[in-house]
Ligand binder design. Structure first.
Ligand SMILES: Cc1cc2nc3c(=O)[nH]c(=O)nc-3n(C[C@H](O)[C@H](O)[C@H](O)COP(=O)(O)O)c2cc1C
Ligand code: SF4
Ligand code: SF4
Length: 266
């Protein structure tokens, strides 16, 4: 059995996980954001993959906590292949070494690590890239994904490059930057276009959004800044700080919000 866990704000990592799964018979896709956060994650599949985006050169807090919950089944890791795939806009920092180190604390060996460049979703820094550039990035990503699939099928090992003490320093900086994300949601606000559709609350992978009586969102300061609420809002009603609301939004064009959202409670 092949099990693939994914975490994704704007669909890049989810899209690659979904495409990757097509290379394998009976690969099961599971959203890290929708798992029971109190339960251990038992590494009992023959092959397990973890797809996630790079945040500030590190891993998103939900992914960090997920990695800490991974445990080995009776009999240990023998014969089980674990790999990680991170997506970033080009600077993966220490994300893959962080994954390896968290799991190594419990003697869990990440056999193969891959980085795939995807378009940036980091709205506070820049809007969506021009379509032509996005297309080129997707073409390269598809090639990188094919190579990764071949390597996983052959159970080939590959590890991220580590240059001591640079990676130790990058890990430290990433940790500090990620710690500031929780309160970054103070910059979110909505305008009059909000149609009370609830999508922002349903798609938030950190369950950080509650809705008031009018079904307008409020942010509760345990944000991971994944940008899902802002990028998926169907009305473009969510704004960030003083950024021009005309800045072009981005989410993966072949993913639908419903694929990432929690089911509606109605
Ligand atoms: C909070 C945040 C921090 C990010 N930090 C980095 C980074 O350090 N390096 C990088 O190359 N891309 C960075 N990105 C871009 C994402 O890693 C990239 O767009 C990713 O593919 C998004 O995946 P998703 O659509 O699955 O959420 C960051 C994005 C966010 C939201
Ligand atoms: S997704 Fe947008 S339109 Fe829907 S409730 Fe949230 S802010 Fe309002
Ligand atoms: S509040 Fe918005 S940016 Fe923050 S974690 Fe939730 S969806 Fe992502």
């Amino acid at each position: 059995m092949h099990r693939i866990y994914y975490f994704s704000g704007t669909g890049n990592s989810y899209y690659l996980a979904k495409q990757f799964a097509k290379n394998f018979q009976k690969a099961e896709l599971l959203s890290i954001a929708h798992l029971d956060r109190c339960e251990d994650v038992i590494l009992d599949a023959d092959v397990t993959g973890i797809f996630f985006p790079v945040y500030c050169g590190g891993v998103p807090p939900t992914v960090h906590k997920f990695l800490k919950r991974i445990t080995l089944p009776e009999g240990g890791q023998k014969g089980r292949f674990l790999y990680a795939v991170c997506t970033s806009s080009g600077v993966p920092g220490a994300a893959l070494p962080i994954v390896e180190d968290i799991l190594a604390e419990r003697s869990i060996d990440v056999k193969a690590c891959f980085h795939i460049r995807m378009p940036s979703n980091y709205y506070p820094l820049s809007g969506a890239l021009p379509e032509k550039q996005i297309k080129q990035i997707f073409q390269r990503a598809e090639r990188a994904l094919r190579i990764a699939a071949i390597m996983v099928k052959k159970r080939k090992k590959t590890h991220p490059l580590r240059v001591f003490p640079i990676d130790t320093f990058v890990k430290f900086v990433a940790g500090r930057a990620i710690a500031t994300l929780a309160n970054s949601d103070k910059a979110f606000r909505i305008n009059e276009k909000c149609s009370s559709c609830e999508m922002c609350a349903r798609i938030c992978p950190a369950s950080n959004i509650t809705l008031d009586k009018e079904n307008h969102p409020s942010w509760n300061h345990h944000c991971e800044q994944c940008m899902a609420c802002l990028q998926w809002c169907p009305e473009g009603a969510i704004q960030y700080g003083k950024i021009d609301p005309a800045r072009k939004k981005y989410h993966h064009p072949e993913v639908k919000a419903e694929e990432l959202a929690r089911p509606s409670e109605d």
